[in-house]
Write a protein that binds this ligand. Structure first.
Ligand code: ATP
Length: 771
């Protein structure tokens, strides 16, 4: 890069004036721009700064999409937006570009703090948005940060004050707001709620309300989704002021009931399958689409886990992956990354990736389990046929679900075509599953969990016309998973699911579900006949830790995997059941917890010393000596001897207790010392990171050069048309500091940025920028 000249005061003044003039001109262009008249085709046709256009072009974004063309000019004018456009139509850029532009025009710098807040319902979506932002923002001077949980809050807090654009999930953002250190929202210019209706479905209403109430009312708010639900309209009413609704015609028509809001390039189909045949059909489907990239949606992480583990063993001939909200963040990120890059692969997933995630070139979206509503259907199938590409979707509907769900789809103008299964292609895997589960207790256990979570998922559904709990063929379904029988789910006042069906007309309160057995585990079906295998005995044991380490890894570890914020687990919380009414699905508590519960010693320790008492005729309790006759008393020795014996005994106890107390005090002291040293170490590390940057994932990235001149494609020294130079950011990646006091202009400090391809690239880029 060319070495820059040191600027004189006059030159700098001149630059500032040009900068002012440039920004004024940009503002005028925005005001004059009429989206109805000027139908922009390219980003350069929109009233955008050259820094943003350059960043977009370098990221291969040249032509605008419909939602971008229609919404960006309105957002630039400062209006609040309720934006709706089909899946894969480019909504991310529709809100990121106005964010960058707003801060650019406000000449935002690191000293101005947080300028924009972008809230996403899932970690995956937040990461993806962050990635797009860092791609297109390379010619701006802002810092961007990602807070999604799964990281040390203190670590994030220490850096959050430097962030201009913060992207995160609702819970984690509120956590930072509550801590009131670092994160100051008083200057906030823009709030973006991406897939806001999903946040509401996941039960984040209160969190969102709390976040929004902390923000200055003067801010601009953009709200985007591919579906327009009532909850979204309600949220819009609460959080937007005088907003404009922007949507592609299809979404508006879809609302009017005249067009579907699924992409035209998506070929949609359905098949009718009895619940017990679903896995057979899925396996056959995968076997006959080995050259495809597909996502299979299931309704719970336990089902995902089970199908993934069993199908892996049956080796259908294609690479299999799984992703759900109960995995560790690292595993989730790795799978996202691998799946994005793979070409022939099958991903089993929950709705954690149903919304917003932009996987390239997905050929098939298969819905093994019926989604909870049409919106979820639209988002799931929207993982294919993105940005005008071709794609296919298949939904398996049971005869019980079919009519009602197809009716729901039809009301939204979605009419998938019926597929029939070729008998020649159909093969049953039931026997294989049975033998797999027979020889592998781990799989059997996973199967039981999958069974129960499916039953539970049907039970909690709101739409009772589609999801008919009492028509589930439980025995056949269990057999289809390879289980020897349907695990009993015991309910309060009832003995089994079957019995609950007998009471299907009883009020829901009667269906309050009780704990299953002493361990909170599913109750085993009585073995009336047959020989109990060693595995059966194993499963009957209370202490499941007898199972292998692998078992512990694949099951119990899940409980700990949610790390510090279980809000990240995708789950519907707006069903109208109370948690305690749901079938109990808990695994045994931790090993230590179990030991503690079973330990006699531990339980006695809380009860104090036992003292023998005698009850008088009135039922009053007295110490033994009070009601003892004189003769009996003297039998035990003279009063003096008894007194001495008593004193000796008590002294002995005191001594023992004293030793124990000293030991406890010593341990406490050691623990305190250890903690002090640990804190000191942490402080030193933090100070070191502050000074030299950290190897860990850094939640702050600096997007551009901080040099308006550069960003506008002009070096001041060669600027003919006088594009001005912008004030330098201390954190800009370009280290050439042309402040007049500083003679040490060092252009060798320029970091060359390759386009990040993977999340690891992005992380290392972030770390390098900080350095
Ligand atoms: N102007 C553009 N030029 C080229 N590609 C684009 C453009 N805008 C978006 N894309 C690409 O289209 C794909 C879909 O974009 P995006 O993820 O923003 O869609 P979306 O509308 O947010 O979808 P969803 O509703 O599923 O979240 C992405 O791969 C993105 O890179």
């Amino acid at each position: 890069m060319a070495r820059k000249q040191k600027l004189t005061t006059v030159q700098r003044k001149d630059q500032r004036q040009k900068e002012e003039a440039y920004l004024k001109e940009l503002q005028n262009k925005i005001e004059e721009y009429d989206p109805k008249v000027s139908k922009a085709k390219f980003f350069k046709d929109l009233p955008l700064s050259s820094a943003t256009v350059k960043g977009l072009n370098e990221a291969s974004f040249v032509k605008v999409t419909e939602i971008q063309r229609d919404s960006i000019p309105i957002s630039l004018k400062g209006h609040d937006i309720l934006g709706a456009a089909k899946t894969g139509s480019g909504k991310t850029l529709a809100f990121l570009i106005p964010v960058l532009e707003k801060l650019y025009r406000e000449k935002w710098s690191e000293f101005d703090g947080l300028g924009a807040l972008i809230i996403s319902p899932t970690r995956e979506l937040a990461m993806q948005t962050y990635e797009v932002l860092t791609k297109i923002g390379t010619h701006t001077s802002f810092s961007a940060g990602l807070v999604i949980g799964g990281k040390d809050v203190k670590f994030e807090s220490a850096r959050i004050s430097k962030i201009n654009i913060l992207i995160g999930t609702p819970g984690r953002i509120l956590q930072h707001m509550d801590q009131a250190v670092g994160l100051s929202t008083s200057n906030l210019q823009m709030l973006v709620l991406d897939e806001a209706d999903r946040c509401l479905d996941m039960g984040f209403q209160k969190t969102l309300d709390a976040i929004v109430s902390n923000l200055p009312p003067t801010r601009q708010t953009l709200l985007f989704s591919a579906t327009q639900s009532q909850s979204l309209t309600d949220l819009a009413r609460l959080s937007l002021t005088d907003y404009k609704t922007v949507g592609t015609q299809e979404v508006i028509n879809e609302k009017n009931g005249t067009a579907a809001s699924t992409p035209e390039t998506l070929q949609q189909s359905y098949i009718t399958v009895e619940l017990p045949d679903k896995l057979d059909i899925l396996f056959s489907f995968i076997k006959s689409h080995l050259k495809s990239k597909m996502i299979v949606f299931l309704s719970s992480s336990k089902q995902v886990h089970f199908v993934y583990e069993t199908f892996r063993k049956m080796q259908p001939g294609i690479s299999l992956m799984h992703l759900h909200g109960r995995q560790k963040q690292r595993a989730r990120t790795e799978t996202l990354d691998k799946f994005s890059r793979a070409q022939q692969v099958c991903l089993f997933a929950t709705d954690v990736v149903a919304r917003g995630i932009d996987f390239p070139s997905v050929d098939w979206v298969v819905q093994l389990d019926c989604p909870e509503d049409v919106d979820t259907y639209i988002h799931r199938v929207g993982r294919s046929a993105r940005y005008g590409k071709q794609g296919k979707s298949l939904i398996m509907l049971t005869p019980q679900e079919q009519d009602a769900f197809l009716k729901r789809l039809q009301m939204r103008k979605i009419e998938p075509s019926k597929l029939n299964i070729k008998q020649s292609k159909k093969r049953s895997i039931k026997a294989q599953l049975q033998s797999l589960l027979f020889i592998d207790p781990e799989l059997k256990y996973l199967g039981q969990k999958a069974f129960i979570s499916y039953i539970r998922s049907i039970y909690i559904q709101k739409d009772k016309e589609v999801f008919k709990f009492d028509e589930i063929p439980t025995e056949e379904f269990a057999a289809s998973l390879g289980l020897p029988g349907a695990p009993k789910i015991k309910m309060k006042g009832m003995k089994s699911v079957q019995q609950s069906k007998l009471l299907k007309n009883a009020s829901r309160s009667l269906l309050s579900l009780s704990k299953t057995n002493d361990d909170g585990e599913i109750e085993k079906k009585d073995k009336q006949d047959g020989v109990r295998t060693k595995y059966d005995k194993m499963f009957e044991r209370k202490n499941q830790t007898v199972l292998s380490e692998h078992y512990l890894n694949i099951t119990k570890s899940q409980a700990n995997e949610d790390e510090d914020d279980d809000f990240m687990t995708i789950k519907r919380t707006d069903h109208d059941l109370k948690e305690e009414e749901l079938p109990e699905l808990l695994l045994h508590s931790s090993k230590r917890g179990q030991k503690r519960a079973l330990s006699k010693k531990a339980s006695l320790s809380t009860k104090g010393n036992a003292t023998k008492v005698i009850f008088d005729d009135d039922g009053e309790a007295h110490p033994v000596y009070e009601l003892q006759g004189e003769e009996d008393f003297e039998k035990a020795g003279s009063a003096e001897t008894q007194k001495q014996e008593f004193i000796d005994k008590e002294q002995k106890i005191l001594k023992e207790v004293d030793i124990e107390d000293k030991q406890v005090a010593k341990e406490k002291k050691q623990e305190k010392k250890r903690k002090r040293l640990e804190n000191m170490k942490k402080e030193m590390e933090a100070a070191y990171d502050e000074e030299f940057g950290s190897d860990e994932e850094e939640p702050v990235a600096y997007l551009g050069t901080g040099n308006l001149s550069d960003d506008m494609g002009n070096d001041y020294s060669s600027a003919e048309e006088g594009e001005p130079e912008r004030k330098k950011s201390r954190y800009s990646k370009n280290n050439d500091d042309s402040s007049d006091e500083d003679d040490n202009i060092n252009n060798n400090g320029v970091i060359e940025i390759e386009e990040p391809e993977t999340l690891e690239d992005l992380e290392s880029l972030t770390a390098r920028l900080i350095d």
